[in-house]
Design a protein around this ligand. Structure first.
Ligand code: 2HA
Ligand code: ZN
Length: 270
């Protein structure tokens, strides 16, 4: 059996958490990632019959029974993942009852998965229905996007339009727009249900006055999605207080969306 620390999925997780920390999106224990793994690939590194311990999930995720996820640990800092993956990350398999996770590797100091596990698993369920290739759910606190939350209306259409108008390629990267939730208590099943409900239509969900959720088929795509939203929010915050001389028009948005043949939210265009 090969050493799991040499696997592509652990390396990707280390690289991504390090990048997110470097960009200031994940202060202290902020942020969490869950990554749906391929069972055959995991079997090259771990004995799938060897369960270290069982961890209650706190809700029922029957749709994900048998699926294996690499997940960041609760209370852990993204800053530290690369130096100590086995303490800061865990690989868990959802048991047939949907209520228990079987730990196959990691959380070495007795820890467990992120407190946002419900939002992650419920989002995976919603995104897998929309796109069977979806594998990654990512949460973080990007600075400019968070700042924008304090000065912009928290509503799907208005928020999406403001972001689309900030960078020409935004509508190509997230043609489905962004969903926006009001401030809610984090770490609960309720915010998980609300996030998953938005995830039926959107791959980006803003948690009002808190941060963002992104979903995608791999780590690069999901990271790139959040990176693009954050870039647009940065331009918004750098210009919102200044007189606007030029703008990307709705006609411009439609032109670029048609050129790149993306299925954009038609009802978000005036
Ligand atoms: O896990 O970001 O939303 C830390 C958080 C909670
Ligand atoms: Zn958070």
């Amino acid at each position: 059996m090969k050493d799991v620390l040499t696997s592509k999925f652990i390396k990707e997780m280390c690289l991504t958490t390090a990048n997110m920390y470097r960009l200031g999106w994940d202060e202290r224990n902020g942020g969490n990632i869950s990554y749906l793994l391929d069972e055959k690939e995991v079997a090259e590194y771990l004995d799938l019959n060897k369960v270290i311990r069982e961890i209650p999930i706190g809700f029922e995720a029957k749709e994900l029974a048998g699926k294996i996820f690499l997940v960041t640990g609760t209370g852990k800092y993204f800053k530290n993942v690369t130096d100590d993956p086995e303490n800061n990350l865990g690989i868990v398999r959802i048991k047939a009852d949907g209520k228990t996770a079987e730990l196959l590797w990691g959380y070495k100091d007795g820890g467990k998965f992120t407190s946002e596990f419900p939002a992650h698993m419920m989002s995976h369920i919603a995104r897998l229905k929309a796109d069977p290739k979806n594998r990654v759910v990512m949460h973080c606190h990007p600075t400019y996007l968070l700042a924008m939350n304090f000065v912009h209306e928290l509503e799907d259409r208005a928020f999406t339009r403001s972001l689309w108008q900030m960078c020409t390629e935004c509508i190509v990267v997230f043609p489905d727009g962004v969903g926006v939730l009001p401030w809610m208590l984090c770490g609960t099943n309720e915010i998980g249900v609300a996030t998953a409900s938005k995830m039926k239509d959107y791959r980006v969900v803003v948690w009002g006055l808190h941060g963002v959720y992104g979903a995608g088929k791999d780590m690069d795509e999901t990271f790139g999605l959040i990176e693009t939203v954050e870039k647009a929010a940065q331009v918004y915050m750098l210009t919102a207080h200044l007189p606007r001389k030029n703008t990307i028009t709705d006609e411009n948005l439609v032109t670029i969306a048609n050129h790149f043949k993306v299925n954009y939210r038609k009802d978000f265009i005036d």
